[in-house]
Design a protein around this ligand. Sequence first.
Ligand SMILES: C[S@@+](CC[C@H](N)C(=O)[O-])C[C@H]1O[C@@H](n2cnc3c(N)ncnc32)[C@H](O)[C@@H]1O
Length: 317
Amino acid sequence: MPIIYSKRLKTMSLLFTSPPPFNTLHSIRDWLRWSVSRFYEGQLAFGHGCTTAYDEAAYLILHTLHLPPTELEPFLDAQLTQEEKLAIYALIKARVETRKPAAYLTHEAWLKDFKFYVDERVIVPRSLIAQLLLEEELGFIHPWIESMSEAPKTLLDLCTGSGCLAIVLAHLFPDAHVDAVDLSLDALDVARKNVAHYQLEQRLTLYHGDLYAPLAQKRYDLIISNPPYVTMESVRHLPQEYLHEPTMALGAGEDGLDCVRPILEHAREHLNPEGLLVVEIGHNRHIVEEAFPELPFVWFEAEEQQGHVFLLAAADL
Ligand SMILES: C[S@@+](CC[C@H](N)C(=O)[O-])C[C@H]1O[C@@H](n2cnc3c(N)ncnc32)[C@H](O)[C@@H]1O
């Protein structure tokens, strides 16, 4: 009996082997259900903006239909045209068959209300630092900034990728100048596109180089960084979706500190006396604390993300 059951399961796979279900699926609700089923069947991984099969299917469908990304409910029972069904089918099929993160298929990624152009030259924006900057009520970075004698005027985003965090900084601090550095020329091309989209060319300067190297002796009131921090062991176990992202955006050597270590070691030389350093390090809190036992790290503590971001004041470095 169990053998018959497992044989039956095999032949029941609907993973794009049968004709597209255009005659049986008519509403957004129908296509949402069908897409979520395909995502589970394909055992996709989520972690590039959406965290569940449902959210990602909803996002891809709304994107295809040119509907606002947060407006699913009112449209659930709307009937789709044949062209719309074709377009949704093609996108869901591409997501399952290529295992590319959705953002690489739609060429857009969102941090709250900020939309960024992305392609495979940059990691998909999802930094916790963006959330900490944009959600003041999380109370992690903003109270420290408010305790400074003046609002920060000189800001630095190390390892900028698509430029997303630098652009968020530029919006939060309209009187400040933002410098942003990346070692990848490809990433800087994408960042340039985003900087131009937000018309920030006068207030945001992109630099090519290794961490602080292109900045000479410049000093800043606030340095933020979401550097590569994945340990060699973790890189080996990344789901397929992550393998579409630039290798140099994720892996950071045996202990994941190849970038974090020099960022910490040279931060003092690039911070003003009241300056702050904010760095995202993923799951590596214990590695960082072991490597720098003398530093009084302040960790962002939340139920789901314990200690993925630390803050240090220049005076403590
Ligand atoms: C995790 S991604 C972060 C990108 C962006 N800040 C974000 O949050 O989406 C890390 C970035 O660091 C860049 N990078 C890697 N090594 C670097 C180095 N030594 N100096 C400067 N940038 C580096 C990569 O090219 C990549 O764009």
